[in-house]
Unconditional design. Structure first.
Ligand code: 9MR
Length: 436
């Protein structure tokens, strides 16, 4: 048995590809251990998905528990990943006692501020010097009667409008090294965008230490438009703030679609559409890489996305780069180089042409390029065994009679019958190329 010839490459690492542009990260709970190596290979930032939230780290007054957060922090550090803190002040995943006495009576402003202070000192204090960036305040803007305002959250009711300011100042005092971000969803929608812009501007004018806006990026095939994403990045960064995409996923469902259309594997057509959508989004990120600090995916693989458990939906979604078998999807290949079709990128690394015997046994797999057949034979490519060739979409293979690419030529695209014997006898050179 001869080994098939291969000049294919490994799946490229996303953090390597983007290392001069922005950090590339992922969010996870302790289930990261299922795909530890995959995550370490591709990402250089880690966000604990739930493990640093108030209800996780301080479930009862003064009772702190850091086991899971510590484990995630250690994993990040051992693998050269920036650790992202998520999140200090939020209306959700925060126990009621933070804002209410046991009898249900609201706490006073002083009590609320004191609890916020104790929490930030303890949590941000514990990880001080180790956190690259904190999401200090999460999701504080909401629409009421058509007007975008500060969310009617318990923090607003108990402390008042300056609760954000207090949170940022405290976090900065406790961990002066950490970048401090305001984080929210639907940040590309114009009304909300403008209100967040105004909020950030006011904070800056008051000298509040805020360094960036986190655009969560829970997007879909349909929403928001590329133009809205672009305008939002422009607008936030015009304040001199950094922008990070903190929770990216691209649902295959429109927001109001409650169907369960894709319970099993996603149809190919949808995988391809999603790849194109990811490419569109990453072309914008590339264009604005000088203001984008980080792009983080919200989850490890499709199997672990929060969207599989979204209330009132509760159906499998397919929003991430790796499928339920941990394999890179077309979406992954799309962002390897978002200016080329995903299948051209994949072929560049994993091979564009597979040569087989009549029985379907692989004789050799090669990436696009120009080849001298004599050289290939010298390197162990048993061309005389070849009966047919399988090509990646968009590719052709051409055989030339003479080594300089002249003389008679034979081109194949798609699945083709190939006379392997004639090939060896008559052709001297070969070119595998991507044609658009
Ligand atoms: O992914 C998180 C999920 O496991 C939790 O159940 C959920 C609870 O609110 O929070 C999810 O993460 C959210 C993040 O913390 C803030 N932005 C929206 C995310 C998706 O809901």
């Amino acid at each position: 048995m001869t080994m098939p010839f291969r000049n294919t490459l490994e799946v490229p690492s996303l953090k390597e590809i983007y290392k001069d542009r922005f950090l590339v990260g992922f969010a996870a709970g302790l289930y990261y251990t299922e795909v530890e190596e995959l995550m370490a290979r591709h990402y250089n930032a880690l966000t604990p998905e739930n493990e640093m939230k108030w209800s996780s780290v301080q479930p009862a007054p003064g009772r702190f528990s850091f086991g899971a957060a510590d484990q995630l922090a250690r994993f990040a550090e051992e693998n050269g990943m920036k650790l992202i803190g998520h999140t200090l002040v939020w209306h959700s995943q925060t126990p009621r006692w933070v804002w209410e006495h046991p009898d249900g009576k609201a706490r006073s402003r002083e009590e609320g501020l004191a609890l916020m202070e104790e929490h930030i000192r303890t949590v941000a204090g514990r990880y001080a010097g180790r956190i690259y960036q904190w999401d200090v305040v999460n999701e504080a803007v909401e629409e009421y009667n058509g007007v975008w305002q500060l969310r009617d959250s318990p923090w607003l009711r108990v402390v008042g409008e300056d609760y954000l300011e207090h949170a940022f100042r405290l976090a900065h005092e406790v961990d002066p090294e950490a970048l401090l971000f305001y984080n929210d969803y639907n940040t590309a929608d114009p009304g909300k965008r403008d209100r967040i812009y105004q909020l950030a501007k006011e904070l800056l004018e008051k000298g509040v230490p805020i360094h960036g806006i986190g655009m969560q990026g829970h997007w879909s095939l349909y929403h928001p438009s590329a133009e809205q994403i672009r305008q939002a990045i422009e607008k936030y960064s015009s304040l001199g703030l950094k922008v990070s995409i903190t929770e990216l996923d691209v649902s295959v469902y429109a927001w109001n679609d409650r169907s369960n259309r894709y319970p099993g594997e996603l149809p190919e057509e949808l995988l391809y559409r999603q790849a194109e959508r990811y490419a569109e989004i990453f072309r914008i990120f590339d264009e604005y890489h000088h203001v984008i600090d980080r792009v983080t995916f919200w989850g490890t693989t499709d199997a672990r996305s929060w969207l599989n458990h979204f209330p009132q939906r509760n159906r499998p979604d397919h929003p991430l780069l790796f499928d339920r078998k941990n394999q890179p999807k077309p979406a992954f290949w799309a962002i390897v180089d978002p200016y080329r079709p995903w299948y051209a990128n994949r072929a560049q690394y994993l091979g564009a042409a597979v040569f087989e015997t009549a029985e379907g046994e692989e004789v050799g797999t090669i990436i696009p390029g120009d080849y001298q057949l004599d050289e290939l034979k010298d390197q162990g490519f048993a061309l005389d065994r070849v009966a047919r060739v399988r090509l990646e979409r968009g590719h052709v293979v051409t055989f030339f009679e003479s080594p300089d690419g002249g003389g008679r030529m034979w081109s194949y695209s798609g699945e083709a019958d190939l006379d392997g014997a004639r090939l060896v006898r008559e052709a001297r050179a070969m070119k595998v190329e991507f044609v658009e």
